[in-house]
Ligand binder design. Structure first.
Ligand code: LAC
Ligand code: ZN
Length: 463
């Protein structure tokens, strides 16, 4: 299908003002938060407003073999949205803005274009809580969170996006519209198609509406900052806290390189003498907070914490979380580039992981850094480089770390997804049988291979 005919059909479906096709405008769609390079711009970008319009667009694309990429705010971190095929169509979901809280069933019905922060705020007005909080939650969309099963800081206690998705409206590549799940608390009927689509990264269809579960808002919370002069002890404290009877609502780990990078930017008086810092938050009934803090402090002291600071005000708490959320950006000042990612290991293996990152840095003569949502075993190991030679060594070190993580029972992606960044690591985690099942599902639902080609699997179309 030539560009002119495609644009004309899209304009008929979504309205002229919702189709972008000038080359200079389309360049803006060729970036995402992860890429430092421009990918191929799409041939056109369309912003439909209803499932029916999406259905017509997909049916058209399917008939003519036009690759379709679905976009929220482009904040993905695994190149989940990287246009590889010339002639791709970009489908922006930013006009899907429904946001209804249903306090009687503890659910929300939302459009994929809604910013995650807005859902949290709307739920809070009813005394309810939507917990998943990717570091980007003030600007990412719930559609992207569902597509990647996004995680975040509070997942250590509350789980990732999938635990809150109760139902979906989905447009399949051939244009059929289905509704999966619903507002029932219990529902075991049939295969769980809702969860199949969560984390499918735009490779199976387009989500046009989401039913989310909400929970009661905890009464209070308390943040703490704990310093260690020994990496290993900090990592051991994390796994001990998790089995102490207290489940922190946040438990983040930052090593000295990250502490320094964040302090350079945020000037919060973070200590320069610590090798590792844990940022911990406990939440729940106000009457329980002091004892939770005591139990956590006790574990940390027994493992040789050199300082424990408990936040005294919500301003102090906010500063701590702001500092944590800018780790990734702060690190850009430390080196020209880095190989990073989002692997996770069982929590009893965390100490091995942080030591492995350091070892790999020494082995390959590169600077490393490590931070992450350590309470659930999810790290962001960073292998930094400033020139081409270092880049090659950093790539090698990063690959060796992924192999190590899988060898100790970990996963190659705990929260960002596979995207176009990590398809080559899929084989590390999944044997032939599982890869065959996944490819079979893709082939069944998207036989023309139009949905986000190149994502998850190495093949463009399926053999
Ligand atoms: C974070 C992103 C990188 O946790 O997931 O900051
Ligand atoms: Zn993260």
């Amino acid at each position: 299908m030539n560009k002119e005919a495609l644009v004309k059909s899209l304009q008929e479906i979504a309205g002229k003002e919702h189709v972008v096709f000038a080359e200079e405008d389309l360049v803006c769609y060729a970036f995402n938060a992860r890429s430092r390079r421009m990918s191929t711009p799409p041939v056109a970008a369309v912003s439909p407003a209803t499932a029916r319009e999406v259905s017509q667009i997909l049916a058209l694309a399917n008939e003519h073999g036009v690759p379709v990429m679905v976009q929220g705010r482009g904040s993905c971190l695994a190149d989940n949205l990287t246009i590889e095929r010339p002639g791709s169509l970009l489908l922006s979901m930013n006009r899907f803005l429904k946001l209804e809280i249903d306090p009687d069933t503890l659910t929300a019905v939302v459009g994929p274009g809604v910013i995650t922060h807005d859902i949290k705020k709307a739920a809070e007005r009813h005394g309810l809580f939507y917990p998943p909080d990717p570091a980007s939650f003030t600007y990412c969309t719930i559609g992207g969170n569902v597509a990647t099963d996004a995680g975040g800081l509070q997942c250590v206690k509350y789980g990732t996006t999938k635990q809150y998705v109760a139902g979906l409206e989905i447009v399949l590549p051939d244009g059929r519209i289905i509704r999966t799940g619903g507002k029932c608390i219990k529902d075991v009927a049939g295969y769980n198609l809702t969860q199949l689509f969560v984390g499918s990264e735009g490779t199976l269809g387009v989500v046009t509406e989401i039913i989310l579960k909400l929970i009661p808002l905890p009464e209070g919370k308390k943040a703490m900052l704990v310093l260690f002069d020994n990496l290993e002890n900090a990592a051991r404290a994390i796994s001990r806290i998790m089995i102490s009877g207290v489940t922190p609502s946040v438990m983040e780990y930052m090593d000295e390189v990250i502490i320094d990078a964040v302090e350079d930017v945020a000037h919060l008086g973070f200590p320069s003498h610590a090798q590792a810092m844990l940022l911990i938050e406990v939440d729940g009934a106000l009457s329980t907070l002091a004892s939770q803090v005591e139990i956590v402090s006790d574990v940390c002291n027994r493992l040789g914490a050199i300082e424990i600071r408990v936040a005294n005000s919500s301003k102090e708490t906010e500063n701590v979380w702001m500092a944590r959320r800018i780790c990734m950006q702060a690190l850009t000042r430390k080196a020209k580039g880095r190989f990073s990612g989002d692997p996770a290991a069982p929590i009893d293996k965390l100490a091995d992981c942080v030591l492995k990152v350091k070892d790999l840095g020494l082995k390959h003569s590169i600077i490393t850094a490590c931070y992450g949502h350590a309470g659930d075993g999810n790290m962001h190991p960073c292998f930094l480089f400033n020139n081409d030679a270092e880049k090659e060594r950093a790539r090698q070190a990063s690959g060796e770390f992924y192999e190590f993580v899988v060898s100790i029972g970990g996963t190659v992606s705990a929260e960002h997804g596979i995207g176009h960044e990590k398809p080559h690591y899929m084989h590390l985690q999944f044997g032939d049988a599982q890869m065959d099942i996944m490819k079979g599902i893709k082939r069944l639902i998207d036989p023309m291979g139009i949905m986000n080609p190149g994502c998850l699997f190495d093949e463009a179309r399926h053999e």
